[in-house]
Design a protein around this ligand. Structure first.
Ligand SMILES: C[S@@+](CC[C@H](N)C(=O)[O-])C[C@H]1O[C@@H](n2cnc3c(N)ncnc32)[C@H](O)[C@@H]1O
Length: 293
């Protein structure tokens, strides 16, 4: 009975919030904040989407309206406490293992043999910028571990960065729905994923070997200074730039390129383009670039 009443209250509250809507003015305030702090474009057509995503926060905080949430969010306390939840709901984190597989084939067949021939005793460093819940850095880790099996002297590290703590926590746990790994080649699945015994909710856990050389941290690509050590042989920045406007994309790519070693490679997503941009990268193949020396 109590449970039923509580449900009714929640439903009534949701209905009230829906009646009220996120006003265009409040939407504009959130949208300007998201753009100035994180570079993410939030045009007026996204108002209803943002409204839907913030509703969950309003419900969790037991608030009554979007304006109450806005006042809290921009208060000193909100900026310290709520910002993490806000980022979790405003970012789009869609990703997959082996997404855009040409990149991983190019890494294994071209970059790694070339690299080990030219730098026999060096340390290979990869950055997955905008790594979401970890599928991208773990795929890179599979490829690098496969290469290491052929060349035991090969050493590497992978850094995954993002602004959403939710997805990075998921990446750190390394546990995924079994359906997420269905399309991974069978021999990789056997080697690198451990199946849960739970039949109702089948999950897989990444083999700890994939986590051994991986670090995860918060890096906002819009910030002038990235808290990142050294320079990289490869940077993956895929399906992240798409959320930025062209001016921001150019700034971010220039900044990321300064962390690439001369001759290092840069991957972008298949719906992204660097055409006409003044960046120190040479086009090698569609969506694959190399830093000009
Ligand atoms: C669609 S996912 C792409 C994940 C992965 N790179 C891939 O291609 O599958 C985009 C990721 O970029 C992150 N992101 C958005 N704005 C960012 C920013 N300003 N700095 C760092 N990461 C950001 C989001 O949190 C999200 O996890």
């Amino acid at each position: 009975m109590i449970q039923e009443n509580r449900q009714k209250t929640v439903v009534n509250k949701d209905l009230n919030i829906f009646k009220e809507e996120l006003s265009e003015k409040d939407f504009q305030v959130f949208s300007s904040f998201i753009y100035s702090q994180y570079g993410i474009k939030m045009p007026p057509v996204k108002r209803i989407m943002l409204q839907g995503r913030l509703l969950k926060r309003i419900r969790d905080l037991n608030m009554n309206s979007y304006s109450e949430y806005k006042d809290y969010f921009f208060s000193k306390e909100g900026q310290q406490k709520e910002i993490f939840n806000f980022l979790n709901v405003v970012t789009t984190n869609k990703t997959n293992f082996f997404r855009e597989p040409v990149h991983f084939n190019f890494l294994l067949d071209v970059i790694l043999p070339e690299y080990t021939e030219q730098n026999p005793n060096s340390f290979f460093k990869v950055w997955s910028a905008g790594c979401s819940s970890g599928e991208e850095p773990y795929t890179i880790s599979i490829i690098l571990n496969e290469f290491k099996a052929l060349k035991p002297d090969f050493n590497f590290s992978i850094q995954g960065t993002d602004i959403s703590h939710n997805v990075m926590n998921k990446a750190a746990r390394g546990v995924y729905a079994a359906s997420n790994v269905e399309l991974i080649p069978l021999d990789y699945k056997k080697k690198y994923f451990l199946k849960s015994k739970d039949r109702e909710n089948p999950t897989v856990r990444v083999n700890p070997v994939l986590q051994k050389n991986l670090t995860l941290k918060y890096v906002n690509l819009i910030n002038g200074s990235y808290d990142v050590q050294g320079s990289f042989d490869v940077i993956f920045c895929r399906n992240v730039l798409i959320y930025f406007d062209r001016e921001t994309q150019e700034k971010v790519i220039t900044r990321l390129s300064s962390f690439l070693k001369p001759g290092g490679y840069f991957f972008i997503g298949h719906s992204e383009s660097l055409s006409g941009m003044n960046v120190p990268l040479e086009h090698i193949k569609p969506t694959i670039f190399q830093k000009t020396v």
